[in-house]
Write a protein that binds this ligand. Structure first.
Ligand SMILES: [Fe+2]
Ligand SMILES: [Fe+2]
Length: 407
């Protein structure tokens, strides 16, 4: 018997060991012949590999012919991106190679999309000790969470609510309804037939999952009008969505039950940056300038300039919105998860963010791959061989969801 990554499974292979989902539910017993439907179900539940009968066929050794010119460009680009990482660490090394391969396969090397800013020194008087105090002092009215999210949480908390009740609340917002249906009909869930009603979607994927999706979508849509000179919102949302998708897959890998919470945490992890871009344009320009001119990580430039970073700012907003603590925890510690009270979910978002930055899928303004929290990696301890499959699943789901970014 031998292990086969899910995306390399072919119908007709005999399963040598049972396959279970993240809740321990049996998906397929050993001895069964795998068909297309089983493969689809394994992908939905984030099963990255299964053990099958027979002998390994060396199927992993596929080495596409790389264009040497593209390879060289990709390699140079990735070296710059990984400037702040420890390339001797096996995880970083693996991600470095995947980052080069990913660009070669796409046959495209992205260039820096800098904001239009002049190089200048930061005036120490512009810096502040505690930015969150300044937020309060300036009486910035932070955005309200859409009322549909509150209503939804109320209905879901009521044990006698039916799928129909939940659908009634969602249907009050036509844009939310349209987006939810787009998502449940994409390969993110992979249902074989079309789902046309929200009540049907609730029955199929569950109330927690629907409320998580509604929460993430509604919050990000608040910020859709940020000026393009500051940040390309499409790119920001792509980075966020990719991070949400990867966090959900990694959570399933680690048998972490609340996969929908991890999806939302990944989706919202850089929320604090949106507050900066939207309400503190001058400060944001200075921070971006400081990061680029001094080759600094963006969150370090934020700390230097504001006395706090986007992770703290995001958590501050989530606290005001009274969002679940697990979201606050994962957002606050996504750059230093080993310090979190709940280190595992924070470590999942941390790794997802590093992978997305390595591959260059969208951008939240950060120019470099953030360093790996090695203590947090000890907590995750995933087989490095699963990275290829995880990234394959995530990019497949992202492709099918990309249309929801056009809001
Ligand atoms: Fe971040
Ligand atoms: Fe990020």
């Amino acid at each position: 018997m031998f292990a086969v990554p899910t995306d390399k499974l072919k119908p007709g292979i005999i399963l040598a060991e049972e396959v279970r989902d993240i809740n321990g539910r049996l998906l397929l017993a050993k001895g069964n012949e795998i068909d297309d439907n089983h493969i689809r179900i394994f992908k939905i539940w984030g099963v990255s590999e299964v053990t099958v009968e027979g002998q390994a066929q060396n199927s992993d050794k596929f080495d596409p012919e790389l264009n040497p010119e593209i390879f060289e460009k990709a390699y140079d680009r990735v070296r710059v991106l990984f400037r702040h990482t420890d390339l001797a660490h096996p995880v970083v090394k693996k991600l470095f190679n995947l980052a080069v391969q990913f660009r070669c396969k796409q046959n495209e090397i992205e260039v820096d999309s800098d904001v239009d800013i002049d190089a200048h020194e930061i005036n120490p008087e512009d810096q502040c000790e505690n930015f969150i105090n300044r937020l309060d002092k300036r009486k910035i009215v932070l955005p309200e969470i859409p009322s549909v999210v509150f209503e939804l949480n109320e209905v879901i908390a009521n044990p006698i609510s039916s799928a129909e009740h939940i659908a009634q609340v969602v249907n009050k917002s036509p844009s939310l309804t349209a987006l939810l249906l787009k998502i449940v009909n994409s390969s993110f869930y992979g249902f074989p037939s079309k789902i046309g009603k929200v009540s049907h979607a609730v029955t199929l994927i569950g109330t927690r999952e629907i409320s998580g999706l509604a929460l993430g979508i509604s919050i990000l849509s608040i910020f859709k009008n940020i000026p393009k000179e500051m940040i390309d919102m499409y790119s920001f949302l792509k980075h966020s969505l990719a991070c949400g998708i990867l966090s959900r897959i990694l959570a399933a890998q680690k048998n972490f039950g609340q996969t929908e919470q991890l999806f939302v945490s990944g989706l919202l992890h850089d929320l604090g940056r949106l507050i900066l871009y939207l309400y503190f344009t001058k400060e944001s320009r200075n921070i971006l300038s400081c990061s680029r001119n001094n080759d600094k990580l963006l969150y370090e430039a934020e700390q230097d300039y504001l006395g706090c970073d986007h992770a703290q700012l995001g958590q501050h907003l989530m606290e005001q919105w009274k969002l679940p603590l697990i979201l606050e925890n994962s957002v606050l510690y996504h750059h230093n998860p080993s310090e979190a009270r709940q280190p595992l979910p924070a470590a999942i978002v941390h790794l997802a963010d590093i992978i997305v930055n390595s591959l260059g899928i969208g951008s939240s303004g950060e120019k470099y791959v953030p360093p790996l929290d090695t203590a947090a990696w000890g907590n995750l301890d995933l087989p490095l061989s699963s990275f290829d499959t995880i990234i394959g699943q995530a990019t497949h789901q992202l492709d099918s969801l990309e249309s929801i970014l056009q809001v």
